[in-house]
Design a protein around this ligand. Sequence first.
Ligand SMILES: *Cc1c(COP(=O)(O)O)cnc(C)c1O
Length: 388
Amino acid sequence: MDSTDREICMGPWEGPGHETGAIAPPVFQTSLFAKPSFRVFVQQQAAEHTDYVYSRGTNPTVAFLEERLALLEGGEAAKCFGSGMGAISAVLAGLLDSGDHVLFVNDIYGPTLELAERLRAFGIEHTVLTEDTGPAAVEAHIRRNTVLVYVESPGTMRMKVLDLPAITAVARRRGVRTVMDNTWATPLFQKPLALGADIVVHSLTKYIGGHSDVVGGAVIGPEARIREVFYKGHQLFGSVMSAMEASMVLRGLRTLPVRMEEHQRNAERVIDYLAARPEVAAVHHPYAEHGPQEEITAKQFSGFSGLLSFELRDASFERVARFLDGLSLFRIGVSWGGYESLATSPLRPGNEAELRAKGFAPGTIRLSVGLEGAQRQIEDLEAAFAKL
Ligand SMILES: *Cc1c(COP(=O)(O)O)cnc(C)c1O
């Protein structure tokens, strides 16, 4: 993690009123911004993506967060949204037209694929590549009407890492833009734009917010693309981040560097522990990679977050439920990336075949390793294994 990133995360307020010395961002809790003359009003309304006119467009507190996120990702501009899905839907609806095709590469966050299914009703097609995700397979699946390659690395659940520079190079050569969901690593541990991606999306609900008390999303990329997403996606679909939420995400951002290092320390010890358990068939996380994948991983990540999965042997719904119910520090719940440790599983009564078809072992358990400390986390897992 570089020291510039730490300063970007921890930098004081620089927006309107900074001359007061306010360290924390003021919450501009206002829906509109009145103008001194009609002429100024007309000028600024024509530039709503940068000027303060209406808080569905641009708001100073939210704009400060956008500026920080753009700096961290090394992009020209950013736009925040009311949720990660708000950001993703604005990118897909904003950049695609009827007749276009999207190529999804890797295990993709479930609701993103549900959205892609929904977009079929509007004439937008897609393909999902999950097994062979190498650059040659990507190239072979790019069609004449492919407009976006959409990737997640590591992928959802199996945490497979993609060779991002190779994939983005293929897409670029074919005139296709790459969108990357960088929620897992955060910009502190992986910089997709530097690896050739054109647009980065985030759920700010996870590590960047970090306290499980706010839902938000962001899109980062070149100024012209963000403007397009702003006018065609953000303004029209209205998935808006409020000033209050932006100030909460900014509070999360200040401790992001220290939290991420601690998530990594804890996760590595938890992975070493799980890998040695006889009940565990496999652990999925970039830190647990060996062989050629290890080399790709080393080139792309400067650190690892605390979200991992593992496969319980002899899995049945009862056995997975017994394990999860045997935990107490790890709470059972959705989402991840907060200070608290969480556990869940994609297993439901009777969906084993569906999971296997996706390449997921039925005994898959996902852990979000929080900040309570590896010792306590391992003791908790130990207690749950003892109850199996
Ligand atoms: C949670 C999540 C999202 C969606 O974000 P929300 O803030 O829940 O809308 C998108 N991508 C990934 C990888 C996520 O984990």
